[in-house]
Design a binder for this molecule. Structure first.
Ligand SMILES: Cc1cc2nc3c(=O)[nH]c(=O)nc-3n(C[C@H](O)[C@H](O)[C@H](O)COP(=O)(O)OP(=O)(O)OC[C@H]3O[C@@H](n4cnc5c(N)ncnc54)[C@H](O)[C@@H]3O)c2cc1C
Length: 338
């Protein structure tokens, strides 16, 4: 099935809660419907964008073009081996529904990624990550349709060029392919990944360690520090954590002895952008209709009726402060759409 709406409000399709319209909004529920649409309507040459649930988007104005959205909803086991399963999932399935399904089936690997908003398609674009796990650790292949030709293409994990919050779909192939299905490999013999953040401490509140309690612990931690987009519009972490040369980090450590960091490799270190923003005094501050979340300085929130430009104005002030204090440039994780 395919539905096409004109002058359609995107308010319920972006977690920042920005009130803009799309000229045309298209939803399809199968690969064939999508191919038919691409065949019938020449969208190349006019603005178009495929979205998921809009939890990493910032709309700066009405969208003068076509917004596409997948309603492909299947979850299918395509290989059931002794130690693992391969599960093919439609791009329109909500990511956290898939995680809940894996946990309920006893399939391990995705539990640390519980409660990340968004849909399956975007998980493969964004390489979502949390608590020491990234989508790339689970993805075996990505099925997509090339917009210009309407042809199906299968990308192996290696072809997706994954790195921190990056993939080929965000770089060389940005806006060139529509992801229809993603296949994940989950383990039947869980190896728990509890080293990151305060998972271990949270798990002490539970009688045992299992996929279910890890999921519950992560949901509890996330709920305690991240704003609910339904209450206060936001897109999660607004900035990426910068990766800097170790020599630069060592010099900073002399000046800021408590600066946290994660080792990337021998020569590089990741520094939490939220810590730096907090040091600059931004936590809980408001500028116009936008603000910095009071519990997590990495999250910019819509304080009510913010426009995309209100959010950008605040983000630029934050970037300037961090540059001024630490001589580090921080870059948005959120996709700006104009
Ligand atoms: C409260 C909150 C917490 C968050 N926590 C985390 C976190 O812990 N870790 C993390 O990594 N992210 C986090 N995020 C960010 C967000 O959840 C992810 O980036 C998510 O993958 C976005 O999914 P979406 O479906 O909303 O995609 P959208 O925001 O709609 O789109 C994201 C990108 O994917 C593209 N896209 C979407 N679907 C398709 C498709 N089918 N084919 C091709 N391209 C497509 C879009 O064009 C866009 O470039 C958080 C966000 C919020 C609001």
């Amino acid at each position: 099935m395919i539905t096409i709406k004109k002058q359609y409000s995107l308010l319920s399709h972006n977690t920042f809660g920005i009130d803009v319209n799309a000229d045309t909004f298209v939803e399809y529920s199968s690969t064939d419907d999508l191919k038919q649409f691409l065949h019938d309507k020449e969208i190349i040459g006019n603005p178009y964008l495929h979205i998921g649930s809009g939890s990493n988007l910032l709309f700066l104005s009405d969208y003068k073009g076509t917004i596409l959205h997948s309603r492909i909803q299947e979850i299918e086991v395509i290989e059931n081996a002794n130690d693992h399963v391969l599960v093919k999932v439609g791009a329109g399935v909500e990511w956290d529904n898939f995680v809940a399904h894996c946990v309920s089936q006893g399939w391990a690997g995705a539990e640390n990624l519980s409660l990340i908003p968004g849909e399956i398609g975007a998980s493969a674009v964004q390489n979502i990550g949390a608590y020491g796990v990234e989508a790339k650790d689970l993805i075996t292949q990505v099925e997509a349709i090339e917009i210009i030709s309407g042809k199906e293409h299968i990308f192996s994990n290696a072809e997706c060029n994954y790195s921190y919050r990056q993939s080929i779909f965000k770089s060389e192939l940005k806006n060139k392919f529509i992801i229809t299905y993603v296949t994940y490999k989950l383990s039947k013999h869980p190896v728990y990944n509890l080293e990151y953040g305060n998972i271990k401490a949270e798990l002490e509140k539970y009688p045992e360690i299992s996929l279910t309690t890890i999921r519950q612990a992560i949901i509890a931690i996330r709920n305690s520090k991240l704003p609910d987009p339904k209450v206060e519009g936001n897109a999660g972490s607004f900035f990426m954590n910068p990766i800097i040369p170790r020599s630069q980090f060592q010099a900073l450590q002399m000046q800021f002895p408590t600066i946290p960091h994660y080792d990337i490799d021998q020569d590089h270190v990741k520094v939490p952008a939220g810590w730096m923003i907090d040091q600059c005094g931004w936590k809980g501050k408001t500028l116009g209709h936008a603000g910095v979340h009071s519990k997590q300085a990495l999250v910019i929130v819509n304080k009510g009726n913010a426009t995309g430009n209100d959010i950008i104005t605040l983000s630029r002030e934050i970037q300037a402060s961090v540059k001024n204090m630490f001589n580090i440039e921080i870059h948005p994780e959120v996709n700006f759409i104009s």
